[in-house]
Design a protein around this ligand. Structure first.
Ligand SMILES: Nc1ncnc2c1ncn2[C@@H]1O[C@H](COP(=O)(O)OP(=O)(O)OP(=O)(O)O)[C@@H](O)[C@H]1O
Length: 613
């Protein structure tokens, strides 16, 4: 951070462009085209292989597809799912059961079976997703819940009698009689289509949102990203992809057995992703193809040794190379690119000040708390807190440690935290809405500790924060980043406009604090909650931020609620001060009232009870 200019306001740029050199821009599509060329060459080599290898690789390509789904879920979004093998199995069994049971060995019947299998997979995904993605769930829920999926699948297939073929499975049902080479091409083409779609998706604005969820789900929710909904839809969509891979497996292999939806296969998919390199797409695919090809070639001669080797590789990679093979090779690849005169691709960012306020200023009707209570078991952290704040006010909440200041902030930003009482934002009762919905109503909260997205660039993080205003595209990355003026003020004043392409995890502590502030301002809130925002900052940085806070309140007419321990700082920036002790509001008045109050002095030096006596 650098000191602000002497004026209270910073001149706003209409548009500021941070763009890569032309060489870099040309490079981005090129690397992907190279990949497609490489994949085409691999497919073209098909006729040179024997039919056994063609068949093995066709299956490996389908497992590569499931690896892409695991990577999108786990690598990009942080969702560890063990259900992908069950979805694969449902697709495969859908075809096998439909054709075998009806005796109609026709393509339409196989397609009908495929549709039933896919629908079963989607319904299962929605059920597991609904159990795992909700406000009270953490990241472990999906792993624990889906842990059961392969077991349920296998048990169901084993108990299905002649309907599912029990332990022997079903065979000889496929109405599609293609040569191994044709299946090799078909499955390879399917893998390429899935990879291209996944690549485009991960490079889109929604792909950035996925990485943001993986990095910091809490911050996502507090800037209005509907995390649970996104996770649920992603999980359901990828169940379709896995089930379709299962359909092709059944048609090409002409045999299905319960182990295609097993826990072992589910674990292997996770191993391919970890060993290949999470969040790289190509790494897990190469690992899936390589491991399956090697398994087919070696497991006959070295059945036990091969499994042991795989297990050891997995443990070593997880412990010592968390970025996987792709992560290990990346520096080498980048060095090669640099030698050939090019750099890794980077994106252009055009920062633009919004011509009009999104909505907050127009409907800013202030903040109102009425009898708010927050009880943690026997501890009453907030006890009947009531106050109002109007646009343009900077209200500081002070009090000793444990007074309930942070808890009061939580009661405003998260309707589910409150035990009782009412909070109204611009006249709207927030009820028991979760933080993402309260954010949509116009509340932005900055936490005590800087909470940003460690692997996202500053520009990407700001784009994520615009989720509720500019819907992210699933297909493309918007070069233009339109921000409310007050967010641009913060970026300009702290020089973050020059760091739009810097990874947030590499910023200094002060810059992270400023970025977090800019993130919540990017949502254009009408109520800005700041919980000890200057903790750990230098004197100059505190002064700078203090001026910005005042500007947000007085110039941009927002309600600013500030929790701070530094009374000198509070005195300089506040228009009003609320004093809390033991969860209760004990004083609400002007700066002069509070500073001169004996009660406040006594709270900080002794106890109120003692003072009363
Ligand atoms: N998650 C929790 N579970 C149980 N008790 C809690 C929890 N969070 C806070 N408390 C208790 O609630 C009371 C108020 O805590 P809170 O953090 O709101 O105070 P504070 O005024 O913000 O303190 P500080 O200035 O130290 O941050 C304290 O007694 C604290 O121990």
């Amino acid at each position: 951070m650098v000191p602000m200019s002497g004026s209270s306001s910073v001149a706003l740029p209409k548009a500021r462009v941070v763009q890569p050199a032309p060489d870099e821009r040309r490079r981005q599509p090129r690397s992907f085209v190279k990949f497609l060329l490489g994949a085409s060459v691999l497919l073209a080599l098909g006729p040179a292989m024997d039919s056994y290898t063609q068949s093995v690789l066709a299956v490996a390509f389908l497992f590569g597809v499931t690896a892409v789904t695991v990577d999108l879920l786990w690598g990009y979004t942080g969702i560890l799912s063990y259900a992908q093998s069950a979805f694969f199995g449902l697709g495969a069994y859908g075809v096998a059961v439909a054709v075998s049971q009806t005796g109609a060995y026709t393509v339409p019947m196989a397609l009908l079976g495929a549709a039933i299998g896919v629908i079963c997979a989607v319904v299962t995904a929605f059920i597991f997703g609904a159990l795992s993605f909700h406000s009270k769930a953490n990241w472990l829920y999906i792993a624990v819940v889906t842990f059961a999926a392969p077991f349920i699948f296998q048990r169901a297939m084993l108990s299905g009698g002649t309907f599912t073929g029990s332990s022997s499975g079903l065979a000889g049902f496929s109405p599609v009689a293609l040569s191994p080479l044709s299946w090799y091409w078909l499955c390879g083409a399917f893998l390429i289509v899935v990879l291209v779609c996944a690549y485009v998706f991960t490079k889109s604005d929604m792909g950035t949102v996925l990485r943001a969820i993986r990095d910091n789900e809490t911050r996502c929710r507090f800037v209005g990203v509907r995390v649970h909904r996104i996770k649920l839809y992603l999980f359901a969509a990828l169940s379709v992809v896995s089930a379709l891979a299962g359909v092709l497996y059944a048609l090409s292999q002409n045999v299905v057995a319960p182990d295609i939806g097993s826990f072992e296969l589910a674990t292997q998919m996770i191993i391919w992703t970890a060993v290949g390199g999470r969040a790289t797409l190509f790494g897990p695919v190469v690992a899936a193809i390589g491991v399956n090809w090697a398994t087919a070639s070696l497991s006959g001669d070295l059945p036990f040794l091969w499994q042991l080797l795989l297990g050891i590789v997995f443990v070593v990679v997880v412990m010592y190379f968390p970025a996987g093979a792709a992560g290990m090779l990346k520096p080498l690849w980048q060095r090669l690119l640099r030698k050939s005169g090019t750099q890794a691709p980077t994106d252009q960012v055009v920062l633009r000040a919004a011509d009009k306020g999104d909505n907050a200023a127009d409907k800013a009707g202030g903040l109102e708390l009425d009898g708010v209570v927050l009880q943690y078991g026997a501890v009453r952290a907030v006890s009947g807190l009531s106050f109002q704040a109007v646009p343009g006010e900077l209200v500081s909440i002070v009090g000793p440690n444990g007074a309930g200041k942070t808890s009061a902030m939580h009661c405003i930003s998260d309707g589910r935290k409150r035990t009782s009482g009412t909070v109204r934002v611009s006249g709207t009762d927030t009820g028991n809405l979760p933080p993402e919905e309260v954010s949509w109503l116009g509340v932005g909260q900055k936490f005590q500790h800087a909470s940003v997205f460690s692997t996202l660039t500053v520009g990407e993080a700001l784009r994520v924060a615009r989720y509720s205003k500019d819907r992210p595209s699933l297909l493309r990355r918007d070069e233009e980043l339109e921000l409310p003026q007050l967010a641009i003020e913060v970026l300009e004043a702290t020089d973050l406009t020059d760091q739009l392409r810097t990874v947030a995890g590499n910023l200094s502590h002060g810059e992270k604090q400023a970025l977090e502030l800019a993130l919540l301002l990017a949502t254009d809130p009408s109520v800005v909650l700041l919980d000890e925002p200057t903790a750990g900052l230098s004197h100059a940085e505190r002064l700078q931020l203090g001026r910005i806070f005042q500007q947000i309140a007085s110039e941009f007419k927002r309600v600013v609620i500030l929790v701070e321990h530094d009374l000198e700082f509070v005195r300089n920036v506040s228009s009003r001060i609320i004093v809390m002790n033991n969860g209760e509001l004990i004083l609400d008045g002007s700066v002069a009232d509070v500073v001169e109050s004996d009660v406040v002095r006594e709270i900080y030096t002794g106890s109120v009870e003692e003072a009363d006596e």
